[in-house]
Design a protein. Structure first.
Length: 325
């Protein structure tokens, strides 16, 4: 069979790619020019193709290994790779353990510089950095409203919120965002809003009492699914910043203590809108981790979450660079 080079593959824009992979108990290698993962069943090895040209990121979980040749092909196709624990959390990198978000980015000397230049032109101005953070929060709220009120997929699974309640919640949050004069105040307001969204989701799904726990400290299924789904969103956030060539350390809201803070900022655009309701739906239905993961990936794909992340970064970078100029 003729070998296929990753450079011969049709290029698909990252914003239009459909796949996020979580793999465990397998080997990732190159076979006949294709990147595949291999699982063992008894004495038989089964080979499964990974369509790298249509993949944004791959999470390698428990019991996985990957060859140098596979990493080379994944890098050529622009696929981000992350090492993680069982079920998709926590996320490690090859050399930084227990860092919440750290990705092995494809190496390329031809990343675009336009958006990096736009970003750093305003980033060192504290006032404009706060303005960027406020814009992230407002975009997040609009995306949440559109999905919680109009997403047929989550409505069909029982997640139907009161339009009056969500519109009032968002209107109040928008007003509060405009009044904040520091990133600390904005983070505090974000935490209060998220707590209200958790309660609204729990009430909507008749889940009962719910308290958000720190990662790994709860056996509550909704908490576990929220952790798991958030890491999928982090993968898309890391992909969006890599596509535009903006370093993860140039955060506008979460960057005080985390060098991957911009990934958190970008992931927040979609987490509450898509991961949160999907986590409660899966918890009430008694889904396994695998079923939840498929639900979550389907929601992120159908809502074009990565496309929304990229466009949001582009718009904020362009708008605020013009303000600085």
């Amino acid at each position: 069979m003729e070998s296929i080079s990753s450079s011969d593959l049709k290029s698909i824009l990252h914003s239009k790619r459909a796949n996020i992979y979580y793999l465990e108990h397998c080997r990732v290698l190159v076979n006949g020019g294709r990147v595949e993962y291999v699982t063992d069943e008894g004495k038989q090895s089964l080979y499964w193709n990974i369509p790298i040209a249509n993949t944004t990121s791959i999470l390698l979980g428990t019991g996985t290994s990957i060859t140098q040749a596979a990493m080379r092909e994944l890098a050529k196709a622009g696929v981000l790779v992350g090492f993680c624990g069982g079920g998709g959390t926590p996320l490690f990198s090859a050399n930084d353990v227990d860092v919440e978000v750290s990705w092995l980015n494809p190496q390329s000397e031809y990343r675009p510089t336009q958006y990096l230049q736009d970003w750093v032109s305003f980033w060192f101005d504290e006032g404009l950095r706060l303005e960027a953070a406020k814009r992230f929060q407002k975009l997040r709220l609009r995306f949440l409203s559109g999905n919680w009120l109009n997403n047929k997929k989550i409505h069909d699974q029982g997640f139907v919120v009161s339009r009056e309640k969500i519109e009032e919640l968002i209107e109040n949050a928008m007003t509060e965002i405009d009044k904040k004069g520091s990133s600390i105040d904005l983070l505090t307001a974000e935490a209060r809003l998220t707590k209200k969204l958790y309660q609204l989701a729990a009430d909507t799904m008749k889940y009962g009492e719910f308290t958000r726990s720190k990662r790994g400290e709860s056996i509550d299924p909704a908490n576990r699914f929220l952790d798991h789904g958030n890491y999928l969103a982090y993968g898309l956030g890391a992909t969006a910043t890599w596509v535009l060539g903006i370093p993860h350390g140039l955060a506008v809201l979460h960057g005080k203590t985390r060098r991957g803070g911009l990934v958190f900022d970008v992931a927040d655009l979609v987490k509450d809108a898509l991961v949160l309701p999907t986590a409660f739906i899966a918890a009430v239905h008694g889904d396994s981790e695998q079923v939840f993961r498929q639900r979550c990936i389907q929601q992120l794909t159908q809502a074009e979450a990565l496309d929304f992340m990229i466009k949001s970064l582009q718009q904020i970078a362009q708008d605020l660079s013009r303000v600085k100029a």
